[in-house]
Design a protein around this ligand. Structure first.
Ligand SMILES: [Zn+2]
Length: 306
């Protein structure tokens, strides 16, 4: 039996899985966070582990009834058809994996998947009322550098589905190895992972949570923040967007110098335009954002009936 009137949104992260049911009015119910390791530990088959989690979730929150559809965001590159995961550097066992067809077969309800940042931007567009904007870009500095590009209401996918990998544009002269296998990617400098490296090297006695609060004026951290502006401004100069959404865990850290970042982004933006008309908004990011974006994706899937 199906629970009418709700879909299940899931946001799979490197450390935690977030899930909740989303009604058509975008209200969120039964939100829960589970460590990824407890969900996938010892699970030979990732699809069966996911299906098992969905069934248990439904037993806990929906009297065992299934939702109308399930949408799942992954920290992965996803194929153009949004059926299959290509590469998932921060989560083991999710490379080259069909998801949609086997999970639909297991559960017997429609399933859709997307990159997690696309679902974040989908939610940010809704929250900021940007549905009618021509171009919106989202830059999310978390563990890595996430990026999503929305053009006339559609997320840019590219020929192979892997457009918007801003974290993997090369830095001239850099020799740092990146998790993707390439050398000198932007993400080796602009990411939470690199911030952690800076903390270990320059501020070993400082906790990550208080790093900006206590050391925000240190030249090492100011240079790090100025570095974040480089890929953001590059993308602004390419797309001339209606709006830029900035977010991610690093930007939400206590004491993060947002003014410095905004000033540096503007400094690198082409004059007179898009500089004079530049609109930047903060991401509405919370624990629930990815799940809400997944909910939107699932409702869209039902509407399109494909
Ligand atoms: Zn890379």
């Amino acid at each position: 039996m199906k629970a009418d009137g709700c879909v299940l949104g899931m946001d799979i992260g490197g450390t935690h899985v977030r899930a909740g049911t989303v009604k058509q009015d975008m209200s969120l119910h039964g939100f829960e966070i589970t460590p990824s390791i407890s969900l996938f530990r010892g699970a030979g088959n990732r699809i069966q582990a996911l299906a098992g989690y969905v069934r248990k979730y439904c037993a806990r929150h929906l009297d065992g009834m299934l939702p109308k559809a399930v949408a799942v965001g992954f920290p992965s590159t996803v194929d153009r058809e949004r059926m299959r995961l290509l590469s998932t550097p921060n989560l083991k066992g999710f490379d080259n994996m069909d998801v949609v067809e086997p999970l639909q077969r297991e559960l017997g309800i429609p399933v859709c998947i997307d990159r997690d940042v696309n679902l974040l931007l989908l939610n940010d567009i809704r929250v900021h009322g940007l549905e009618n904007a021509e171009i919106v870009i989202g830059c999310y500095v978390g563990t890595g550098l996430g990026n999503a590009i929305c053009i006339r209401g559609e997320m840019l996918r590219g020929k192979n589905g892997v457009a918007g990998e801003l974290g993997h544009i090369p830095i001239w002269g850099s020799k740092r190895p990146c998790g993707c296998g390439n050398i000198g990617c932007m993400e080796t400098a602009v990411s939470g992972r690199h911030l952690e490296e800076l903390r270990t090297r320059f501020f070993p006695s400082e906790k990550m949570e208080t790093l900006f609060q206590n050391q925000g004026n240190d030249p090492v951290l100011r240079e790090y923040v100025e570095g974040i502006a480089v890929p953001v401004a590059a993308e602004i100069n390419i797309f001339d967007p209606d709006c830029v959404v900035l977010g991610g865990g690093v930007l939400q850290m206590a004491g993060f110098p947002m003014e410095l970042l905004l000033e540096a982004v503007k400094r690198h933006t082409r004059r007179p335009l898009p500089y004079e008309a530049l609109k930047i908004v903060p991401s509405s990011q919370s624990q629930e954002s990815g799940v809400l974006g997944a909910g939107m994706c699932a409702w869209d899937r039902i509407k399109k009936g494909r």
